[in-house]
Write a protein that binds this ligand. Structure first.
Ligand code: BES
Ligand code: ZN
Ligand code: ZN
Length: 502
């Protein structure tokens, strides 16, 4: 990962001579755009000319509108970036996600001038942590595979807060930074090319991340997987020369009476297998490990934040490839625990490795299970590229939806209709991986996975097929490529569950 810039808190009197740019927020208003909270000292430094300048260029304050305003020698810094906070941003408090996106968009827009120091003058008591998180997320770039000149990178972010010494403010900023780092790590893992990131190397990266965060790490190789009866992970991995793995990362804080299981789909490349995908539907399939990456990054962040609840991430990893040794449609596979499933289509591979993963995770006797995967094209049909589908036990599902929403991610609860279960009956095995028709495939995925969750275990399935990878233009703090979807939701949910348990 590119080094994260340092973050320091300053008050409104800070010297901004070294800043390449200062970010201010803009709100739409009845009389045109208006400066948002946090921008007043910057306006004062410019002799009150900022609002006039915004009107002169026709600023509206809508999201993703970023207007550079040169200060022409009238301020210690050369540039103001005026960034839109959107139509609903006004009110007694700024909405945290609007601040995150607006600051992220402004920082992204500065990329071309290679700033070393950016100052953020957006936000109030309640939103300064969101401003910092937006800045860190917007500053993200993936340069691992760019040869040639290494240009200077952003080193320093300063942010105006009402009281830089306040302990609560500082803790909030630290938490926002740790979470942003987890999102960046997830983006890095998703962006890594599949010729370099395959089950063995992904497991090694996960182990490294886990050890650095003080977690217990266990990696099961194919021999251990055979001994453990993980027939699903082995079947999906059998077509690739890159053998599968199962990674377990355990965070065990001193006093915890609550245990949360995380499970994430780690298909390092999904070609579809013998049911080969078409070229265009295969093009983004290095991202089919986005759920696994989110779980790995989240459990490490949870440990860094010392959230007082035990968390165990169980992450199956495989590459889905066609070959003479590949698993076939019609194969019957025996999963850990003994259940036998009939493979309807080798491209529905996620649920096969997840079934093994869920069975293993449930053996730890957790109090809740959160499973995250790029599971179905149906998620994209139903909810598009920015809204995560949440299915499962209603209590936990709604807790996760609301925790995720508060952290700034969009999730929507989806049903698991009982009538879909009958469609999964197999003529030869205990269960088929698909129903006969293609309708409601996101829900069918959830109904299939439910079969492997013990009846009394609250669980939720998050389908992030669309949200995990952005093939379109960047927006807000979201770059092209890996987005880090679900990381903030997982961390916020574990936080909420820890609060309930204590
Ligand atoms: N990895 C895909 C789901 C996916 C699609 C993720 C688009 C991200 C973007 C999954 O393994 C898959 O291939 N699902 C198929 C199954 C079908 C062919 C039986 C689907 O949902 O279309
Ligand atoms: Zn697939
Ligand atoms: Zn897949």
């Amino acid at each position: 990962m590119a080094r994260m810039p340092s973050v320091s808190l300053v008050d409104a009197s800070a010297d901004l001579t070294s800043a390449s740019a200062v970010v201010v927020g803009v709100l739409p208003g009845p009389d045109g755009a208006a400066l948002a909270a946090g921008g007043e000292p910057i306006d004062a430094a410019l002799g009150g000319r900022l609002t006039g300048a915004l009107h002169a260029v026709g600023a509206t304050g809508r999201p993703d509108e970023v207007i550079p305003i040169p200060t022409l020698g009238r301020a210690p810094f050369p540039l103001v970036m005026a960034t839109g906070l959107g139509p609903d941003g006004h009110g007694p408090r700024l909405d945290t996600e609007k601040v995150r996106r607006a600051v992220g968009a402004a920082v992204r827009a500065l990329d071309s001038i290679h700033p070393q120091h950016i100052h953020i003058a957006v936000g109030d008591d309640a939103t300064s942590a969101a401003a910092v998180q937006g800045a860190l997320l917007g500053a993200y770039t993936y340069t691992e595979y760019r040869s040639g000149s290494h240009r200077s990178e952003l080193r320093r972010i300063t942010v105006t807060v009402p009281n830089p010494k306040d302990a609560v403010t500082r803790a909030g900023i630290r938490q926002a930074s740790v979470v942003a780092e987890a999102v960046s790590l997830t983006r890095d893992l998703v962006n890594a090319p599949p010729n370099d990131l395959y089950p063995e190397t992904f497991a090694a990266r996960a182990a490294e991340v886990g050890s650095a965060a003080g977690l217990d790490v266990e990696v099961l190789d194919p021999r251990a997987l055979r001994r453990g009866g993980y027939g699903g992970i082995l079947a999906v991995g059998s077509g690739s020369i890159r053998s599968p793995r199962l990674v377990r990362l355990v965070y065990r804080p001193a006093r915890s009476r609550h245990r949360i299981a995380l499970v994430g789909k780690g298909i390092t490349f999904d070609s579809g297998g013998l049911n080969l995908k078409t070229g265009s539907s295969m093009s983004t399939m290095k991202s089919d490990m986005g759920g696994a990456a989110a779980c790995v990054a989240a459990v490490a962040a949870i440990a860094r934040l010392r959230i007082p609840v035990e968390v165990i991430a169980t992450v199956p990893m495989a590459e889905n490839m066609p070959s003479g040794s590949a698993y076939r449609p019609s194969d019957v596979v025996t999963l850990r625990g003994g259940r036998k499933i009939e493979i309807a289509n080798t491209d529905a591979e996620g649920r096969v490795i997840l079934a093994d993963g869920i069975v293993r995770a449930a053996e730890d006797d957790p109090n809740a299970l959160i499973e995250v995967s790029t599971l179905t094209g149906g998620q994209l049909v139903a909810l598009g590229t920015r809204v995560i589908g949440a299915m499962g036990e209603p209590g936990l599902r709604d807790l996760v939806v609301s925790a995720g929403n508060s952290a700034g991610e969009a999730l929507w609860a989806m049903p698991l209709p009982d009538e879909l279960r009958a469609g999964l009956d197999s003529p030869v095995a205990d269960l088929s991986t698909l129903t006969g028709d293609a309708f409601a495939s996101m829900l069918v995925g959830g109904v299939f996975l439910r079969e492997f969750v013990p009846g009394d275990l609250p669980w939720v399935h998050l389908d992030i097929a669309g949200p995990s990878f952005n093939s379109r233009d960047p927006y807000g703090y979201t770059p092209k490529g890996g987005t880090g979807a679900a990381v903030r939701t997982i961390i916020a949910s574990v936080n909420a569950l820890a609060g309930q348990a204590s």
